[in-house]
Design a protein around this ligand. Structure first.
Ligand code: COA
Length: 286
């Protein structure tokens, strides 16, 4: 059954959704879900080519769209993007803070700049977007969704940077829900599990690790981008009018299993790489 069959088109007809990092992956899945229920959709990202491609996909769903190149680490660029969106699509009613960066790296091998880069994209980027859109959200009594991750509340090896950033996002969401609730603005987070075909899964798991990961997901499959989109649309809808400061976990139950299998997979892959490197250097010496 399609998402458009669940929501009468007039519910989202006058909504303007802004998805940061909306050019690909989960965020594009979210943007497409809003487009499918009739919202106007704006996206931003760093790569024009990706944005152009995503824009055509959104337009194919019948959405009026606006794509703008903006790095969420750059507050002025985001403020400019929000101003442009207001002119082209009307004031922002729904903001999705999705832009994120990640890679696997042990804390002792990570440079301070590497750690800061992920904090800047994920946590600062989320603050920058909400702050830049604030005046419009206040006017529309809007809704904010921050994309979090399981790393926010469970340690995952080689994920100290992402864990710190996402835990910060969880706390920020609650603070903003407290401060902006009286203005009619709702703020929630969604915690996706591993999602099929995304950059996140590509970066965090090779095929062998993916197989192990599946064993830790009670529903025994990866999620789909549109399944996170369905959560986003629900939280924006009148059906969620009394939900703020909440976290919705959409991960096939993965959080119930902890991170041990993931950690084991990372360590095994690391050991295999070290063994391969030793063998190659021995072969060269012979
Ligand atoms: N392991 C260790 N350090 C890494 C790394 C890795 N795999 N990838 C990047 N870094 C370090 C760099 O070495 C650099 O640190 P240094 O200056 O001390 O050498 C620092 O991180 C910044 O890297 P840089 O490539 O300059 O940053 P960027 O702004 O161009 O890219 C990233 C940001 C690193 C997050 C990049 O991976 C990215 O663009 N990701 C976006 C997509 C993504 O991650 N999607 C998944 C989301 S879940």
């Amino acid at each position: 059954m399609k998402i458009s069959e669940f929501y009468p088109r007039e519910v989202f007809a006058n909504r303007t959704v802004f998805v940061t990092g909306g050019g690909s992956g989960i965020n594009l899945g979210i943007a497409k879900s809003y487009a499918a229920v009739g919202a106007k959709v704006a996206i931003c990202g760093r790569t024009e080519e990706k944005l152009d491609h995503a824009k055509s996909e959104l337009e194919a769903l019948g959405a009026k769209t606006h794509a703008v190149v903006a790095d969420v680490r750059d507050y002025d660029a985001l403020q400019h993007a929000c101003d442009q969106i207001q002119v082209s699509l009307g004031p922002i009613t729904d903001l999705v803070c999705g832009a994120a960066g990640n890679f696997l790296c042990s804390a002792n091998e990570m440079s301070a700049n590497a750690f800061r880069t992920v904090i800047d994209i994920d946590l600062m980027g989320t603050f920058n977007a909400t702050r830049a859109a604030f005046e419009q959200l206040k006017e529309t009594k809007g809704c904010v969704l921050m994309v979090s991750a399981g790393q926010a509340y469970m340690p995952y090896t080689h994920q100290a940077h992402a864990g710190a950033a996402k835990a910060g996002i969880e706390n920020l969401a609650k603070n903003l829900a407290l401060e902006w609730g009286p203005l009619g603005i709702r703020i929630n987070t969604v915690v996706p599990g591993p999602i099929e075909g995304t950059e996140g899964v590509k970066r965090l798991a090779d095929e062998k690790q993916k197989h192990m990961m599946l064993q830790s997901i009670p529903l025994r499959r990866l999620g789909l981008p549109e399944e996170i989109g369905q959560v986003a649309v629900f939280l924006s809808s009148p059906m969620a009018a009394y939900i703020t400061g909440s976290q919705i976990v959409c991960d096939g139950g993965m959080n119930l299993s902890g991170s041990a299998l993931f950690n084991m997979g990372v360590h095994q892959a690391q050991a295999a790489r070290a063994a391969h490197a030793t063998k190659s250097s021995n072969d060269q010496e012979e």
